[in-house]
Design a protein around this ligand. Structure first.
Ligand code: HEC
Ligand code: HEC
Ligand code: HEC
Ligand code: HEC
Ligand code: HEC
Ligand code: HEC
Ligand code: HEC
Ligand code: HEC
Ligand code: HEC
Ligand code: HEC
Length: 318
């Protein structure tokens, strides 16, 4: 069969679907939460720029054509959120399959793997998804570390098959997904003091926006803002502030794991002694000797190291 025939069937089927979809689109649009992906391509990509092999091809605009040869792929795809959301509708180039696979008239006539995602750069692969998903959490994607490191959307998401209960993740557990590439963080999380990720009470994405662009891809604009979004009692302001706490929690803590108690970066008293000498108690023998058991734990006496609201808490002793 010729290419022309396929295109014709596609166009004819398309116009039937246009009529049936016109009403459902309006109803669906009202239910779509603000900030979520548009049902349709907002910013169409230049397919030829992504892969020159697309030159001359047109949209078939008919998933039924694809189904004829790709029954296996469609069977798994049918259980995904895209299968439900991306029906062919007026004004959408390509409707379902071709929104992500580009104009396929040439492929239908003569199927090869020339148009494959695998043959595109990571940036090109992501551009396909960003047609509909450039808003919300992914606003800064192109300035972020994953994009810069040539990690694409499909490194973390599998869209042809539902493998996870949420967000089409490539793996059912999101930390396992991260550990595939971040083995060092896994090792940190195994230390005695750690954020309860391995206990399942938190995830990497509790602190990180992997689509973002801030330093270390955090959910808030700074480290301290990220920490105090959960540890609100450390937010302050306090009557008596401790300068390093205001500045950056990771001056004293590691975020992932430590073999010191309370995720401390260094053992006391060395932690405090990186900035302080024995300070005011230099001449008070009962405080300043390292042989004194209290001396090892400055916070045995300086109990409000994060800041104090006590009228006489200037020295963090209450
Ligand atoms: C939301 C984007 C998207 C949509 C919609 C989509 N695909 Fe895919 N498809 C991909 C990506 C990305 C890959 C390559 C990586 C992978 O397998 O996850 C792929 C891979 C494939 C493959 C290679 C083998 C396989 O199953 O992995 C086939 C065949 C395929 N898609 C056909 C289709 C057909 C037919 C439709 C429509 C029913 C469709 N796709 C809809 C993104 C999409
Ligand atoms: C006449 C049969 C046939 C039709 C119709 C067909 N394909 Fe294919 N498709 C194939 C074959 C065969 C391959 C494997 C080519 C290879 O690996 O060399 C393939 C591979 C693919 C792949 C993986 C490699 C690539 O090019 O990305 C995708 C995705 C794909 N087809 C999507 C589609 C879509 C979307 C449609 C509908 C517009 C479609 N196909 C229609 C036969 C077909
Ligand atoms: C033609 C537009 C379009 C394209 C292209 C597209 N998506 Fe989507 N995507 C949607 C719509 C519509 C939804 C439904 C939910 C919504 O409105 O956010 C969705 C939902 C999702 C979800 C959320 C799933 C869930 O369970 O909450 C993920 C993850 C996603 N898409 C990833 C991708 C990836 C990765 C690509 C590229 C391979 C891609 N999308 C390409 C339109 C698109
Ligand atoms: C490094 C891994 C990774 C990469 C790369 C990645 N994602 Fe995600 N994505 C995730 C994780 C993990 C979640 C779940 C986040 C959550 O539930 O808080 C998610 C959630 C989503 C969602 C659903 C929730 C939302 O924010 O609307 C969409 C849509 C999405 N990603 C699209 C994309 C697109 C498009 C790209 C490429 C531009 C991409 N992702 C790249 C890991 C990734
Ligand atoms: C496919 C591999 C891959 C996966 C999966 C992956 N990442 Fe990454 N990630 C990278 C690469 C490559 C970099 C850039 C080089 C580096 O800093 O290691 C990076 C960088 C980062 C950074 C550091 C940014 C900076 O400024 O230094 C964070 C944070 C991060 N990823 C978190 C995550 C989280 C959380 C997940 C799981 C949701 C995840 N990554 C999944 C490959 C991956
Ligand atoms: C409690 C919040 C939190 C959790 C949970 C968390 N991180 Fe981080 N992560 C951070 C902070 C804060 C930084 C920045 C550290 C710095 O710059 O000193 C960071 C940095 C990183 C970096 C950059 C390199 C490095 O180690 O400094 C990677 C990669 C990373 N995190 C991956 C992960 C992965 C993977 C997980 C899940 C296993 C995870 N993170 C869980 C807060 C967190
Ligand atoms: C998403 C919420 C969340 C964020 C953000 C967060 N934490 Fe935590 N943090 C927790 C939870 C939950 C625990 C465990 C508390 C428990 O076991 O009762 C914890 C425990 C701790 C502990 C005690 C660890 C121990 O061994 O007992 C320290 C110290 C800590 N966090 C520091 C930080 C720092 C520093 C940051 C910023 C880099 C941060 N947290 C960001 C939720 C968070
Ligand atoms: C000057 C060093 C230092 C800085 C900076 C610091 N901490 Fe701590 N933190 C400690 C020490 C020492 C302990 C353990 C003993 C204690 O609580 O006095 C601790 C314990 C904790 C604990 C567990 C015990 C508790 O009080 O709940 C949390 C949570 C915590 N810090 C969060 C934070 C957050 C959030 C920040 C940033 C706003 C921060 N820390 C900045 C030194 C510091
Ligand atoms: C990164 C450097 C740094 C670290 C680490 C640090 N501090 Fe401080 N600390 C400061 C600075 C700066 C001030 C404010 C000094 C001033 O106002 O003269 C301060 C003030 C104090 C004060 C009040 C001093 C005064 O003169 O009013 C006490 C007490 C104190 N720190 C105890 C500790 C303890 C205990 C630890 C360990 C848990 C610690 N500090 C860790 C930098 C640090
Ligand atoms: C046995 C209790 C105790 C221990 C242990 C202790 N301190 Fe103090 N520290 C005090 C008291 C009480 C003051 C207030 C003295 C004053 O008001 O004159 C003080 C004052 C300070 C000051 C403020 C000095 C000034 O000029 O006003 C600093 C800094 C300080 N301590 C740091 C440390 C560090 C660092 C350690 C651990 C190496 C430590 N302290 C261990 C009780 C202790």
């Amino acid at each position: 069969m010729s290419r022309r025939t396929f295109t014709f069937i596609g166009a004819a089927l398309g116009s039937v679907l246009v009529l049936t979809m016109a009403t459902t689109t309006v109803a669906g649009a009202q239910q779509t939460p603000a900030g979520s992906a548009s049902r349709h391509v907002r910013k169409p990509v230049d397919w030829v720029a992504l892969n020159p092999e697309f030159a001359g091809a047109t949209f078939v605009s008919d998933p039924a054509t694809c189904l004829g040869c790709h029954e296996d792929s469609v069977r798994t795809y049918d259980h995904t959120v895209h299968a439900a959301a991306l029906k062919y509708a007026p004004g959408s180039a390509g409707g379902d399959c071709e929104s992500c696979h580009g104009p396929r008239s040439e492929h239908v006539a003569e199927p090869t793997d020339a148009l494959s995602h695998e043959r595109m750069t990571a940036a090109a692969q992501s551009a396909i998804c960003l047609q509909c998903h450039d808003g919300g959490a992914r606003f800064g994607w192109k300035a972020g570390a994953h994009h810069a490191a040539e990690v694409s959307c499909q490194s973390c998401h599998v869209v042809m098959e539902k493998r996870s209960d949420r967000a089409l993740l490539a793996q059912a557990s999101s930390p396992q997904l991260c550990y595939r590439c971040h083995g060092e963080t896994r090792a940190e999380m195994l230390k005695t003091s750690h954020h309860p990720v391995r206990e399942g009470r938190m995830e990497c994405v509790s602190c990180h926006n992997v689509h973002g662009s801030t330093e270390a891809l955090l959910v808030k604009s700074t480290i301290t803002e990220t920490c105090v979004s959960c540890h609100t009692n450390k937010r302050g302001p306090f009557l008596w502030e401790h300068a390093p706490v205001r500045e950056d929690c990771t001056t004293c803590h590691t975020p992932h794991g430590s073999n010191q108690r309370f995720l401390l970066a260094t053992r006391e008293p060395f932690l405090c002694l990186t900035c302080h000498s024995y300070g005011g108690h230099i001449n008070l023998p009962r405080y300043n000797r390292t042989s004194n058991s209290y001396g090892n734990g400055c916070t045995n006496c300086h109990i409000t190291t994060h800041g104090s609201n006590h009228p006489s808490g200037a020295k963090q002793t209450r």
